[in-house]
Design a protein around this ligand. Structure first.
Ligand SMILES: [Zn+2]
Length: 167
């Protein structure tokens, strides 16, 4: 499915159609999952699960950020009450990570993401489904902008050695 990279460089090129597909699907799933989670009556264990995964991603070192972030997003879908939804979120998230692995990790994005995660959880825990939907949507916009930004720059100026993304 990947077109052969036109030039050189260690990062495979991003395929615009693949990026759009994954971002569109994620944009449907995750705000809906956050909204459902906010409307659900969460048990203390479910609240604990959300807060624990939130704390883990917030304190994750850069090299563990993406897996912890993925875990947090799946947790939102899990407490929404649909295992199929949680599976779909996990699947789309692994595709997002494949795309993100092709671009450098940027520290300020992580701090911004952590604030957005907190907003999503706050909205879910106070049962505000509209705010949860909106916060999740805003959060996904960050990833979309990041990936679209790199689509316009198929050869990042940052050298891969300095920023090698890790799982
Ligand atoms: Zn996130």
């Amino acid at each position: 499915m990947q077109p052969a990279p036109a030039g050189s460089g260690s990062y495979p090129e991003l395929d615009p159609a693949e990026v759009d597909d994954v971002l569109t699907f994620r944009g449907v799933l995750e705000p809906a999952a956050a909204s459902l989670a906010a409307r659900a009556t969460l048990s203390p264990a479910q609240r604990g699960h959300l807060l624990r995964t939130l704390a883990e991603v917030a304190s994750a070192p850069a090299n563990l950020y993406r897996p912890k972030d993925a875990r947090f997003h799946v947790a939102i879908a899990e407490v929404a009450g649909s295992p199929s939804l949680a599976l779909a979120v996990a699947d789309v998230r692994s595709k997002i990570n494949d795309l993100l692995d092709r671009i450098p990790l940027i520290q300020p994005n992580l701090e911004h993401s952590n604030r957005q995660h907190q907003e999503i959880v706050d909205a879910i825990l106070r049962g505000d489904d509209e705010a949860a939907f909106k916060a999740a949507q805003d959060h996904l916009q960050g990833t979309a902008s990041l990936l679209h930004g790199f689509l316009g720059h198929s050869q990042p100026e940052v050298s891969p050695q300095e920023t090698a993304p890790q799982r």
